[in-house]
Design a protein around this ligand. Structure first.
Ligand SMILES: [Zn+2]
Ligand SMILES: [Zn+2]
Length: 340
């Protein structure tokens, strides 16, 4: 089968590889659509990821498709079932899993290789994070379950109350998903660097949108808009250390700042101790997702209450994958639906 392999920094190759066969507890799906993700871009640009993969590796982690083979001991799933698999599953046995803190599980089983004709799903994911896709739901929408699960996990940890003023920093797919998930509850002020993406943010329910190229002093504008106090909740969705500092500067006393975008290794930020202490800030790191939010994400997508299709900029063939990554690097596209 044709599959994309990542060899290193911006070194992605399409190769013919052996079609996967399922071992006990595993299934193989024929990929309907794989969606690209900001994490893929990050991994491609940096040439690796400490937690998720080891090079060279099959690449891509968001996909939905149809089961074409099942291993021994798989009784629940049948050939032809339409499914979406999360890209990980917790072990359910370690200290953190015992405390229901599944995203902290040190034994997460990761799965990569969605940019291919077929994808093998490891047994722990089959067991805990493989979900049935409703018949009428298009593949490219179902494939967005994983990133939305991360976002819903992030929303749940952000202490958001109705009518809160929430600042979202970042107009990538994740920032835009935060906007969509929060628009019903809160007043969302979205900051980004791309007018087209900001317009999509508006369509997804942002109250106001701001381009930081035109309005660079974000904290002072946030304060102006909030009677001098700052935002009730700030969500950082860029993974840039200086933006983490900006996020903290946008917070009102008592606010929660969700530092959601993962920064490059060994980077640090500076926090004003006085502000942190006397303003009683909550600085919250939130990573990845848990089985609960994987289910919630697919249910929200399937409800069709939110037009998540706005996040799919293009549909392209697997053969165009390398060009798609250069287009992502140039911020020409948000998410691309890759058709094998
Ligand atoms: Zn993703
Ligand atoms: Zn565990």
């Amino acid at each position: 089968m044709l599959a994309a392999l990542l060899y290193g920094k911006e070194d992605l190759r399409l190769e013919q590889v052996v079609e996967p066969t399922p071992a006990a507890g595993e299934v193989v799906i024929q990929v309907g659509v794989a969606t690209t993700c900001g994490t893929d871009l990050k991994v491609w640009r940096r040439g690796g990821h400490a937690k998720m993969l080891a090079l060279p590796t099959l690449f891509g982690h968001e996909a939905a498709g149809q089961i074409v083979a099942v291993g021994a001991d798989v009784t629940y799933w049948q050939l032809g079932d339409r499914v979406v698999a999360n890209n990980s599953a917790p072990c359910m046995e370690c200290f953190f899993c015992q405390h229901q803190e599944y995203s902290l599980c040190p034994n997460l089983t990761w799965n990569n290789g969605t940019f291919a004709e077929y994808l093998k799903i490891p047994a722990p994911i089959v067991k805990h994070n493989l979900l049935r896709v409703p018949d009428e739901l298009p593949w490219e929408l179902a494939a967005m379950t994983e990133p939305l699960a991360c976002v819903l996990h992030g929303v749940a940890r952000s202490h958001i109350k109705p009518k809160d003023r929430v600042v979202v920093l970042g107009d990538g797919a994740i920032g835009l998903m935060f906007v969509a998930a929060l628009a019903d509850t809160a007043e969302v002020l979205l900051w980004g660097g791309n007018d087209h993406r900001l317009e999509i943010g508006k369509k997804l329910g942002a109250t106001e949108i701001f381009n930081y190229h035109q309005i660079p002093n974000i904290p002072s504008v946030v304060k102006e808009l909030t009677q001098g106090w700052g935002a009730d909740v700030v969500i950082e969705a860029t993974g840039v250390p200086s933006v983490w500092e900006t996020a903290i500067a946008c917070a009102r006393p008592g606010a929660t700042v969700n530092l959601f975008g993962g920064c490059p290794r060994d980077t640090t930020i500076t926090v004003n101790t006085e502000q942190l202490h006397y303003s009683e800030l909550t600085l919250k790191g939130v990573f990845h997702n848990t089985p609960e939010y994987v289910r919630a994400a697919l249910a929200l997508i399937a409800s069709r209450k939110i037009p998540f299709e706005l996040l799919i900029s293009e549909k392209r063939s697997l053969k165009d994958l390398e060009q798609v990554f250069f287009d992502m690097k140039a911020r020409k596209v948000i998410k691309v639906a890759i058709n094998p």
